[in-house]
Design a protein around this ligand. Structure first.
Ligand code: PEP
Ligand code: MN
Length: 336
């Protein structure tokens, strides 16, 4: 529920509304705005009878929010959230950030070579999986803590903050010791215990859209993290399952402007997993930036043909550098 106050409502009237909400056993979260104050009501399990609030002095309107997310919504938080990652800012109005690196950390040589190259080409952050959610158990599953250590070393040398995936609630503490941003992969978007655990930490989370998640389910998953007390969530559209098999997934680009209407959280796009095909990645990267993405995730490998995972969608180092030249020109055109 959202209580909208009159533009001339004073502190006394706002405090009286908060008190009335708390008397109902609910939590009141005031949202000061430039025109008027709104008060978000949290903690209700179902419909709330608003009769004792509607008639209080200074109340203009009571809006019942039926969506499964509140903290994530623009209604509750009109101003865009800017997520800060060691000096890099992600969110509306900021220059879109480029996050690049291999699907998986495979060796010291591979991650160092990639980190140096993406840094030289102008990337803002380094990505790389140490815990890999693979479809079958007989493929490379990641270097686990050894991979985290290699990422941290690459980060120390290049100064690039690191994004890496965490798959289980038990490993959140471990991954948070090494990573600057913790990624929740598409397959774990509805791992609610993991989301709850990520709500308790104070590091940003990059939440990928589930393979067949609706936008409402995607935002409700983010709500778990915010409800736990961690407001630094970056959303990532990485393509969804459709009837089409010519591409690995179908990139649902319209969600970028749509989520910006519905939510205040930054929205990024991963054209690598969305297409599964290296030749398509530059085109969809540029399309995503035009659609208003706050950041792009790109898989880059020094020798994509020898990659232990996702080689077909990985750019090589020269391909990434060429794409970065295009991105820089496009961003200039877009006014960044
Ligand atoms: C990845 O980023 O390498 C990955 C596994 O992505 P997704 O969860 O989107 O498939
Ligand atoms: Mn991958």
């Amino acid at each position: 529920m959202l209580i909208v106050m009159n533009h001339n409502a004073g502190k006394k009237q706002i405090d009286a509304v908060i008190k009335a909400v708390e008397k109902m056993g609910l939590h009141a979260a005031p949202i000061p705005g430039s025109e008027r104050t709104a008060i978000g009501v949290l903690g209700n399990k179902g419909y709330v009878d608003d009769s004792c609030i509607r008639n209080l002095a200074g109340v203009q309107e009571v809006i019942h929010v039926s969506k499964p997310y509140k903290l994530v919504s623009r209604d509750f938080h009109p101003r865009a959230t800017i997520v800060r990652v060691s000096g890099v800012e992600i969110g509306e109005g900021r220059r879109p950030v480029i996050i690049a690196g291999p699907c998986a950390v495979e060796s010291e040589e591979q991650i160092m070579k990639t980190a140096r190259a993406v840094k030289a080409a102008g990337a803002d952050m380094l990505r790389g999986g140490a815990f890999k959610p693979r479809t079958g158990p007989h493929t490379f599953q990641g270097l686990r803590e050894e991979g985290l250590k290699l990422l941290a070393a690459a980060s120390r040398e290049t100064g690039l903050p690191v994004v890496t995936e965490v798959m289980s609630p038990d490993n959140v503490g471990l991954v948070a010791r090494y990573a600057d941003v913790l990624q929740v992969g598409a397959r774990n978007m509805q791992n609610f215990d993991l989301l709850r655990e990520l709500g308790t930490i104070r590091k940003p989370v990059l939440l990928k859209r589930g393979l067949s998640a609706t936008i409402e389910e995607f935002l409700a998953a983010a709500e778990y993290i915010l409800a736990g007390g961690n407001g630094s969530v970056i959303l990532c559209e990485r393509g969804i399952r459709t009837f089409e098999t010519a591409t690995r997934n179908t990139l649902d680009l319209s969600v970028v402007p749509l989520i910006k209407e519905l939510s205040h959280l930054p929205v990024t796009v991963d054209p690598s997993h969305a297409t599964g095909k290296r030749s398509l990645v530059p085109f969809m990267t540029k399309a995503a930036l035009v659609a208003g993405a706050d950041g792009i995730l790109l898989e880059v490998h020094p020798e994509p043909d020898k990659a232990l995972s996702d080689g077909a969608q990985s750019l090589n180092l020269a391909g990434f550098a060429r794409l970065m030249d295009d991105i820089k020109r496009l961003l200039q055109f877009l006014g960044h």
